[in-house]
Design a protein around this ligand. Structure first.
Ligand SMILES: N[C@@H](CCC(=O)N[C@@H](CS)C(=O)NCC(=O)O)C(=O)O
Length: 157
């Protein structure tokens, strides 16, 4: 059975769990990292020498690094909506995943928790972040609408 290590509060773990959910993969989730610790245990370091989450084990395969995991799961279990043999189609998905990730992570972290414990709309940093998040989401939504990206789109649920 697929195993996924990583604390639920980790953005990188959440990406993996999102795809696991979309693919409806039977899995076991194991809390690790943060208050759960365990990342410096020899058994964990044998799976990921960097001592970071997420990590997955799928049969004999162990994969670390969230984007490597997403590509692996899509290629192995997601042919069709999540994986294409067409390099152009794959490059478009990669562009969103790799290129937009640093910006979106920063914005959402700042808006939701990073810079302040206050709700986003009660301070200037939060307001700016919320504004940037809306703008970024709008670009993504337009692209999904234009490309008819498939059933994983929240607008189509
Ligand atoms: N680039 C790596 C980043 C991995 C990473 O830094 N993970 C963080 C959680 S987001 C971690 O393991 N932090 C240590 C901890 O949680 O104790 C990836 O995308 O998987």
């Amino acid at each position: 059975m697929l195993k996924v290590w990583g604390r639920r509060s980790s953005f990188n773990v959440q990406k993996v769990m999102w795809l696991v959910g979309e693919l409806e993969l039977v899995h076991e989730h194991i809390d690790a990292g943060g208050k759960f610790g365990g990342l410096d245990a020899p058994a964990f370091l044998a799976m990921n020498p960097h001592g970071r989450v997420p990590v997955i084990a799928d049969g004999d395969a162990t994969v670390w690094e969230s984007h490597a995991i997403l590509r692996y799961l899509a290629a192995r279990h997601g042919a069709g909506p999540f994986w294409s043999d067409d390099p152009v189609a794959r490059a478009r998905v990669d562009g969103w995943m790799i290129g937009r990730k640093p910006r979106c992570s920063r914005i959402s972290w700042s808006a939701c928790s990073g810079d302040s414990i206050e709700p986003p709309k009660t301070n200037e940093t939060g307001k700016r972040s919320a504004h940037r998040w809306r703008a970024s989401s709008g670009i993504l939504k337009n692209w999904i609408d234009c490309s008819r990206a498939g059933p994983f789109c929240w607008e189509r649920r």
